[in-house]
Design a protein around this ligand. Structure first.
Ligand code: CA
Ligand code: CA
Ligand code: CA
Length: 620
C-alpha cells in the first residue's frame, strides 16, 4: 500500500498480477529443496499460479484495508446458530480466507486474510464457508455432510486445491459465561493429502489475538490435526497416493473456556489445503450441542448414582472410543482415564485417578471425606471436577472436562459434596441454634402487661428470660419446676368368656389389656408398655420347666403400643385395647404377679392464653 495515499475503501489500486522474477526464483529454489518423493514438475506451475493469485489478493486488500479480517464480537451470542440447522447466520459467525500463515501461534495470524463470506459448490475454488443440508460427501460416499441426527452443517473449504485461497476460516467471537465454560462441536474432515500436509485447526484466542494455550487440544498436544495412518479415527480411500482421499468421520470435541469466564474470546475453525495443489475441507456442526454418540468417547457426571455426603462414591458415565482397525477393518475399542480433582475453598487438595478403563460404561470413585489429605471439615463440604482422557490404540483423542474448577459441578464453593450426612435431628438442632442466635441478637424487648386487667402489669417483665420471682440480689435467668399433679393412665386386664371361666395351671387364655384416660383436659400420646412379665407374688421368677422355659408367661412380652388416648368425654373415659396371650404349662396353683414395666407416654394439653406488649414508636 502506498503510504502517501490515505486508505480509501472505495478506490481500488490497479492490480498487477505479474509475479516478480525474484519471487519466482525464490519459489523454485524452495520447491527444488523439498524432499518429497511425490512432487511433480506440474506442481511447481500450481505453486506459481497460487503465488500470483496471492499477490493479487494482497494488492486488493492493501487497496481496501476494510476488507481485512478482524475478529469482532458485534451481536454474536456464544451459541447462536451453533446448530446450523437451516442456515449459516452471518450475524453469528465471521468468514475469511487467505494464504497459509507462516505461524498460527502469533497475535492475529489471520490478520492479512480477506474478510467476508464466500459460499458455493464444493467444486468452486472460492467456496470457503458453505451451508450444507443432509446428504453425502462427493468424495467419500459413506460420509454424511451433517452430524448424526442433524439437518444442516457448514462446510469450510472446497474440493479445489490448485487455485483459490488455500486457507478457509469460520470464526465466532463470544463473551464467555459459566454456561459456556465448555463448548463442544462436531467435525468431519476430507483431505486429498495422504502425506499429511493439509490440516484442520481450532484456534482459541484472547482479545489481543494470542492463542490461549490449552483451550483446545486434539489430543496430540496441538490445536491442529493432520492425517496420520496410525490414528484409527482416520480412514483412507485408494492407495494413499497423492490426491487420494483420506477422511475422518464425524466426532465431537470439547473446547475448554473455563479459564476465560467473563472474557471475550474468538474460536477459529481453519482448514488448509495440501501443500501441493490438492484440496482439503472440513464439516462443522452442533456447536454448543451434545457429544452424545461421539465415536471419540464421552463422559458425564452420574449424579443419580453418586452419593452427596459422608462416606460414599462419586460416579461418572462414559462411552469408550470406537473405530475400525485401518488394516483389518475390525472394530476396535479405546480407553478412558478419569481424573477426579477435589477442591476446597478454591484450591485443589487431591487428585484421584481411575486408571485406564477399557470396558464398561460407569466408574465410581470411593469417597471417604475424612481421609482426604488436607480437608477442612469445618467448611462443611468440597467441590470436584473430572477430566476424562480418551485414547485408542497409541492415539490420544483428547479430553473432556466435567465441572468448572474450582467450583466444580455445582456453582458455589464447598457445596458439591457434604463431608457429613446430616440427620433430621441434626438439621433441627442446627435450625434451632440458628434461630436462637438470630433472636438473641435482637436488642430490645417489648414490655408486657395483662391484656384484660391492664393495671396488673407483668411487673415490667421483659421477655422470657425466666426471671420469675427470684429474690437473689442479682437476678439472672434460671429454670423453675412447675409442680404437676400425678398424671397416669388407667390400665385394666380382662379375660374369660363367662363368669365361670377359670384360669388353669395348663392353659392358653386371651387377655385384654385396656388403657383408659379419665381426664377431660388432657390426652395421652405415644403410650406404650415396654415389657409385661409374670413373677411370683414376692417378685421372684416363676419356676421353669425342664427345658428352661417359664411355667407361665405372657406372649408377646412387649412392647405394646397403644398410640394416642384422647381425653375423657361425655362422662365416659376413652380407652384403647390390645390382646395378649397367657401361656401356662404345669404352673403351680396360686397367685402370681403381672408386671407392666416401662409404661411411657406424653401428656398433651391444649391451653389458650394471650399476651400483650407496649410498642413504643419514636416520634418523628
Ligand atoms: Ca446441524
Ligand atoms: Ca481449496
Ligand atoms: Ca461447587
Amino acid at each position: 500500500m502506498d503510504p502517501n495515499k490515505p486508505a480509501d475503501s472505495n478506490t481500488a489500486n490497479p492490480v498487477n498480477p505479474e509475479l516478480p522474477k525474484e519471487r519466482q526464483a525464490e519459489l523454485k529454489k524452495q520447491f527444488d529443496n523439498l524432499e518429497c518423493d511425490f512432487k511433480k514438475p506440474e506442481n511447481f506451475v500450481q505453486i506459481l499460479n497460487r503465488a500470483q493469485a496471492e499477490q493479487v489478493r494482497t494488492q486488493e486488500i492493501e487497496a481496501n484495508p476494510a476488507k481485512k479480517y478482524k475478529p469482532t464480537l458485534g451481536n454474536m451470542t456464544p451459541c447462536g446458530n451453533g446448530d446450523f440447522e437451516s442456515q449459516l447466520d452471518t450475524n453469528e459467525w465471521q468468514g475469511a480466507s487467505g494464504p497459509v500463515p507462516l505461524n498460527m501461534n502469533v497475535s492475529f495470524p489471520f490478520a492479512s486474510f480477506t474478510s467476508g463470506w464466500s459460499s458455493g459448490l464444493i467444486t468452486s475454488a472460492n467456496a470457503h464457508q458453505t451451508w450444507v443440508g443432509p446428504g453425502f460427501d462427493p468424495n467419500v460416499a459413506t460420509l454424511s455432510t451433517t452430524a448424526p441426527g442433524s439437518n444442516g452443517a457448514v462446510r469450510i473449504g472446497n474440493d479445489v486445491g490448485a487455485v483459490g485461497d488455500p486457507c478457509s476460516l469460520l470464526s465466532k467471537t463470544l463473551l464467555v459465561g459459566s454456561a459456556n465454560a465448555y463448548i463442544t462441536f462436531w467435525y468431519a474432515l476430507v483431505m486429498k493429502c495422504p502425506h499429511g500436509r493439509a490440516s484442520f485447526t481450532v484456534r482459541v484466542s484472547d482479545a489481543s489475538g494470542n492463542t490461549i494455550t490449552g483451550a483446545f487440544d486434539f489430543g496430540n498436544g496441538s490445536n491442529t490435526l493432520a492425517y496420520a495412518g496410525t490414528n484409527p479415527m482416520w480412514s483412507a480411500l485408494g492407495g494413499l497416493s497423492d490426491g487420494d482421499s483420506v477422511y475422518k468421520d464425524w466426532s465431537c470435541a470439547q473446547i475448554d473456556l473455563s479459564g476465560q469466564i467473563g472474557k471475550v474470546v474468538t474460536i477459529e475453525f481453519v482448514v488448509t489445503d495440501c501443500f501441493i495443489g490438492k484440496s482439503a475441507y472440513a464439516y462443522i456442526d452442533s456447536f454448543c450441542g451434545s457429544c452424545k454418540g461421539s465415536p471419540s468417547g464421552t463422559i458425564s457426571y452420574d449424579c443419580e448414582k453418586s452419593s452427596h455426603c459422608g462416606q460414599g462414591k462419586i460416579c461418572f458415565a462414559y462411552n469408550l472410543p470406537t473405530a475400525k482397525n485401518p488394516k483389518t477393518g475390525q472394530p476396535i475399542v479405546g480407553q478412558v482415564e478419569i481424573k477426579l480433582g477435589i477442591y476446597q475453598n478454591g484450591s485443589l487438595i487431591q487428585t484421584l485417578t481411575s486408571g485406564a478403563l477399557g470396558t464398561g460404561s460407569s466408574y465410581c470413585f470411593d469417597i471417604d471425606p475424612n481421609t482426604i489429605p488436607g480437608i477442612n471439615s469445618t467448611l462443611g463440604g468440597f467441590d470436584f471436577t473430572a477430566l476424562g482422557t480418551f485414547t485408542i490404540g497409541s492415539t490420544n483423542l483428547g479430553s473432556t472436562h466435567v465441572g468448572i474448577p474450582p467450583e466444580g459441578v455445582t456453582e458455589g464453593r464447598n457445596n458439591d459434596y457434604q463431608i457429613e450426612c446430616k440427620s433430621c435431628e441434626q438439621i433441627n438442632q442446627e435450625q434451632n441454634a440458628l434461630l436462637a442466635k438470630d433472636c438473641a441478637s435482637k436488642f430490645n424487648t417489648l414490655e408486657s402487661y395483662d391484656c384484660h386487667c391492664p393495671d396488673i402489669t407483668g411487673a415490667n417483665q421483659t421477655g422470657c428470660a425466666c426471671m420469675g420471682a427470684s429474690t437473689a440480689p442479682t437476678r439472672r435467668p434460671h429454670c423453675i419446676e412447675l409442680e404437676l399433679p400425678k398424671i397416669k393412665p388407667c390400665f385394666s386386664v380382662k379375660w374369660g368368656d363367662s363368669k365361670c371361666d377359670c384360669l388353669e395351671t395348663n392353659d392358653v387364655e386371651t387377655l385384654c389389656i385396656t388403657v383408659c384416660n379419665c381426664y377431660t383436659n388432657l390426652a395421652f400420646d405415644d403410650l406404650s408398655v415396654g415389657q409385661i412379665h409374670i413373677t411370683n407374688m414376692d417378685g421372684t421368677p416363676v419356676p421353669t420347666l425342664p427345658d428352661g422355659t417359664p411355667s407361665a408367661q405372657i406372649i408377646p412380652s412387649g412392647p405394646l403400643c397403644f398410640g394416642s388416648v384422647p381425653p375423657c368425654a361425655n362422662g365416659r373415659p376413652s380407652c384403647v385395647s390390645r390382646e395378649v396371650v397367657l401361656y401356662a404349662r404345669g404352673a403351680k396353683g396360686g397367685n402370681y404377679r403381672v408386671v407392666f414395666e416401662g409404661v411411657c407416654f406424653s401428656v398433651t394439653k391444649h391451653l389458650q392464653t394471650d399476651a400483650c406488649f407496649v410498642l413504643p414508636l419514636c416520634p418523628d
